[in-house]
Write a protein that binds this ligand. Structure first.
Ligand SMILES: Nc1nc2c(ncn2[C@@H]2O[C@H](COP(=O)(O)OP(=O)(O)O)[C@@H](O)[C@H]2O)c(=O)[nH]1
Ligand SMILES: [Mg+2]
Ligand SMILES: [Zn+2]
Length: 290
């Protein structure tokens, strides 16, 4: 990779990976005027301005997240623990839908397989069509396949606090040495924010540990028009266009092919329930509210 990529921003400075170097940069004033400021993941041009380096151009983005600020994400690795905390399917499915709508690939990792049964959760997501991986104390099923999937991509780990994001990142990339569990809690306490994005370079990819992705909402920046929502559920795709009514919302109409697929066990019920809950919410949002 010869691109210049922003790894993190701290107090008005940007840390840009440029070849094997990390260059500390300021941003040109023009970005402030355009209310388009650089974010982690941006591919940029840098110029020397006397002794300081400045970001002079932001290349077109593949996608962008506002909270946490992040651009050009290729792969979202969703981390879900069997327990402690227990999975919240609506929150998980919302994040998966946002990712798909922004053209980001999603992989699922079920953690803490040593503490509770993981098969049922795994089955929901593999039936839906996501690549699914498992990990736990003394359990690393197919983690090399996960690493293979991450190869060459800009990846982000997402999931509730405590699901095991940092633990898994350390397992995959021992050099990272991220704080986990109680230690990370201790560090977080009293700090203004631990939601800062920082992208790390590993032997195979670039990856960020992004706690903030666990609380995303379908608002502003992440809005999905209700017409697009069925497309944001990957397993719905092959049935779209087969409902009795061409404007079927798949929330209870007669002759709905999606509903039929749910009844036949082709589409997992929890995924359908997440869809209908999100649809009801999106239906009540008017464009002017955005
Ligand atoms: N039993 C068990 N504990 C785990 C597993 N993964 C993480 N943990 C523990 O769960 C806690 C939270 O992990 P951490 O990686 O900090 O979670 P994060 O907040 O998502 O980064 C720590 O005490 C870890 O040791 C696992 O697979 N099995
Ligand atoms: Mg962590
Ligand atoms: Zn339908």
């Amino acid at each position: 990779m010869t691109d210049n990529i922003i790894l993190k921003s701290v107090g008005g400075f940007y840390y840009v990976k440029s070849g094997d170097e990390i260059v500390e940069c300021k941003a040109k004033g023009k970005f402030r005027n355009l209310s388009l400021s650089p974010v982690a993941g941006d591919v940029v041009d840098i110029e020397k301005d006397g002794t300081t380096a400045v970001i002079s151009k932001i290349h077109p983005r593949k996608n962008k997240f506002l909270r946490p600020p992040f651009a050009n994400l290729d792969l979202l690795v969703m981390i879900v623990s069997t327990v402690d905390p227990a999975p919240n399917f609506l929150v998980i499915d919302k994040m998966c839908a946002i990712a798909r709508h922004k053209n980001v690939q999603v992989a699922m990792v079920i953690t803490k397989t040593d503490l509770a049964a993981s098969e049922q959760i795994g089955r929901i997501y593999s039936r839906a069509g996501f690549p699914v991986f498992f990990t736990g104390r003394d359990d690393s099923r197919r983690l090399s396949a996960l690493k293979e999937l991450m190869k060459g991509k800009l990846c982000a780990f997402s999931g509730n606090s405590g699901v095991g994001k940092s633990t898994l990142l350390n397992k995959l990339f021992p050099g990272l040495n991220l704080a986990t569990g109680d230690i990370s809690k201790k560090l977080g306490r009293g700090r203004h924010t631990t939601r800062q994005v920082e992208i790390f370079q590993t032997d195979v990819c670039m990856v960020a540990d992004t706690p903030g992705f666990s609380s995303v909402e379908l608002d502003d920046d992440n809005h999905i028009p209700k017409e697009d929502l069925p497309h944001a559920f990957i397993e719905f795709e092959k049935y779209l266009g087969e409902c009795k009514f061409s404007d079927c919302s798949h929330t209870g109409e007669k002759g709905c092919r999606i509903k039929q697929a749910v009844e036949e066990g082709e589409i997992p019920l929890s995924r359908y329930e997440s869809y209908t809950a999100l649809y009801q919410r999106q239906k009540n949002i008017k464009e002017w509210q955005l």
